[in-house]
Design a protein around this ligand. Structure first.
Ligand code: SF4
Length: 292
């Protein structure tokens, strides 16, 4: 195993941090708090704070099995990293916006803030498992503890939180982790440095033909890979934080040791059962069953 190791039983994992959306324990917050606009992803417009017309009284989606057919592709992609159940169960003590409408506005403001904090927990918890970044693990643990503390603030404090400032505090740490992991891996595996220079943060790779490409340890931070052909590409060790994989074809690609990959990125891409993924992520249903 190259990296992604557990260092001790006390190291928080994505599982112990509950970084997986549990819609059963959420008051349908993504379907209410967030706005959407008529587009290729959504059939209609909706303002923030207005329940989607398809949201049922039990907070479940009434068209869950027909989202794509009805033009709600955006809903099939979204991932809250577990922020929804945290806001519903803890921040607002299991009191839904239907039960206590006076808290609804506050709850809908808190949700996107919590979602950003949970996304940071996702990255930090992964960073703690990366062996080449062990020299940073104390700093990462502190940042993770700080972020966890913020997720437990009361609603007023969360709304006042400067989440952008906290993100700006975390990002340099994640960048250092990425450099350590990719430098160590590419040096050891003797990966040519050419593509490590030609690619890079925010690279425009829209529609790029990268079938079978060796992208090991590449810097794909924030890269635009929309509709790129990445079939059978080797992305092990590549940093894909914030990369836009919408409609990219990852069929047969190897992402097993990619860094900072999220379920949302996979949900937005195409792929197949033969696509290799890190253990904490799953093959989206539409990769397995052709339901487009
Ligand atoms: S269509 Fe379903 S999943 Fe999408 S916002 Fe509406 S209720 Fe939520």
């Amino acid at each position: 195993m190259l990296h992604h190791q557990e260092y001790s039983k006390s190291v928080p994992t994505r599982s112990t941090l509950n970084l997986k959306a549990d819609c059963e324990r959420c008051f349908g917050l993504c379907c209410v708090a967030l706005p959407y606009s008529a587009s290729a992803d959504f059939a209609t417009d909706k303002d923030a704070g207005v329940p989607c017309s398809h949201l049922q009284t039990n907070f479940r989606c009434g068209v869950h099995d027909r989202l794509k057919q009805l033009g709600y592709r955006g809903c099939t992609v979204y991932d809250c990293f577990g922020a929804g159940q945290q806001v519903s169960q803890n921040t607002f003590n299991e009191q839904s916006w239907r039960q206590t409408p006076e808290t609804a506005k506050q709850m809908f403001e808190v949700f996107p803030i919590m979602r950003q904090l949970y996304e940071m927990l996702w990255y930090l918890s992964e960073a703690l498992t990366l062996e080449p970044a062990c020299s940073l693990h104390t700093d990462i643990q502190i940042a993770l503890d700080e972020t966890m503390h913020l997720t437990n603030l009361d609603p007023d404090s969360l709304i006042q939180l400067d989440v952008a400032a906290h993100r700006a505090h975390i990002n340099p740490l994640l960048l250092q982790v990425s450099e350590l992991v990719r430098n160590e891996g590419s040096g050891r595996d003797k990966v040519p440095s050419l593509h490590r220079k030609t690619l890079g943060r925010g690279a425009d790779l829209i529609g790029a033909k990268l079938k079978g490409a060796n992208l090991r340890y590449a810097n794909l931070r924030g890269a635009y890979l929309i509709a790129a052909d990445l079939r059978d590409a080797d992305l092990r060790g590549a940093d894909v934080i914030g990369a836009d994989f919408r409609d990219a074809d990852l069929s047969g690609a190897d992402l097993t040791e990619s860094i900072f990959l999220t379920q949302l990125q996979l949900n937005a891409a195409k792929g197949s059962e033969s696509t290799k993924l890190p253990p904490s992520l799953v093959h989206p249903m539409h990769w397995i069953v052709n339901c487009s």
